[in-house]
Write a protein that binds this ligand. Structure first.
Ligand SMILES: [Cu+2]
Length: 312
């Protein structure tokens, strides 16, 4: 009888201990989730260009073999702007093969120009018949980078596609306390050219000490939020100036990592697609390095790390 009682007590104690352990584990997991946005483990794999995009390329005809070149009409390189609203005007020429930036109002997609202030995430500029404006740009020196892009955000990589200008905002009166604007503030273009420019409120930032004659990696994608089917294969894409990668006969490499994980290399200048993403926030770091893996100093713009959100 006594041994049964002791046995019962032992079982109860064991259950209690197990229960406590369980509770502790849960508590730790909850704490980890609360104090760190580190996503759960994921295994990413490089995959070929998604079929959906290959199909879209076929319907676009010759456009993807185009060689669009951008001319920056405003702001002029070296200009001083005495307003926190910086107006951008571009013209597009070159061998266009039907390439024209324009948003399809049904799908809200279309060819567009990536516009990058300093090293902020790019903004999309759809209708070149209207000006584009960057609002609330802080006083100081800035750079703007531009290159044409496809509806799925893959950049054109021909000579002359990329342009960079330096300019200075003086007494612009930007409100430094103003928070970063959301996408809701972005004025979308429509098919009709009008006096209303496309535009976006900008976060406060400064130019890097960029030497435009030196190797420069410009981060482009991924960016923002990836939902549903768009989150299956996520593209890494960038623009390279004054640098050739090893696989293209040059001396540089592009190194990237996701969520602080293992460093991987891209040795040819083309986009890659990765699958295996888990839901949540992820951090993508992309940088230009030499043969020995040393970071190329691109005036403070490399490495670039961007946060994205995946919601499958
Ligand atoms: Cu884009």
């Amino acid at each position: 009888m006594k041994s049964i009682k002791i046995f019962t007590l032992l079982v109860a104690l064991a259950a209690l201990t197990a229960c406590e352990t369980q509770t502790n584990t849960n508590a730790n997991a909850t704490n980890a989730a609360n104090t760190s946005s580190a996503p759960t483990a994921q295994t990413l794999a490089e995959v070929p260009r998604p079929q959906k995009i290959s199909d879209e390329m076929k319907t676009r005809g010759e456009q993807d073999n185009a060689a669009p070149t951008i001319t920056v009409v405003e702001p002029k390189n070296g200009a001083t702007v005495s307003s926190s609203t910086v107006r951008v005007k571009l013209s597009l020429s070159g061998d266009l093969k039907g390439y024209k930036p324009m948003m399809d109002m049904e799908t809200k997609m279309g060819n567009h120009i990536h516009v990058i202030l300093d090293n902020q995430p790019y903004e999309a500029y759809y209708n070149l018949d209207r000006e584009f404006e960057l609002r609330n740009v802080a006083d100081g020196e800035h750079t703007l980078r531009f290159f044409p892009s496809r509806p799925w955000h893959e950049s054109y990589k021909n000579d002359g596609a990329f342009q960079i200008v330096k300019f200075t905002v003086k007494n612009g009166g930007a409100d430094a306390t103003k928070p970063v604007a959301t996408n809701a503030n972005q004025t979308m273009s429509n098919a009709n050219a009008s006096a209303t420019p496309e535009g976006k409120d900008m976060a406060s930032s400064k130019a890097g000490a960029v030497d435009t004659t030196k190797p420069l990696l410009t981060y482009s994608r991924p960016k923002g939020e990836y939902k549903g089917a768009d989150a299956e294969a996520i593209m890494i894409d960038f623009w390279l100036s004054n640098a050739k990668l090893q696989g293209d006969g040059g001396e540089y490499r592009v190194r990237y990592s996701v969520d602080g994980g293992e460093a991987k290399y891209i040795d040819r200048w083309q986009p890659i697609w990765l699958t295996g993403w888990t839901n949540g926030k992820h951090y993508i770091k992309v940088e230009l390095v030499d043969k020995s893996g040393n970071l190329i100093d691109s005036g403070g713009y490399d490495p670039t790390t961007r946060e994205i959100t995946v919601a499958k």
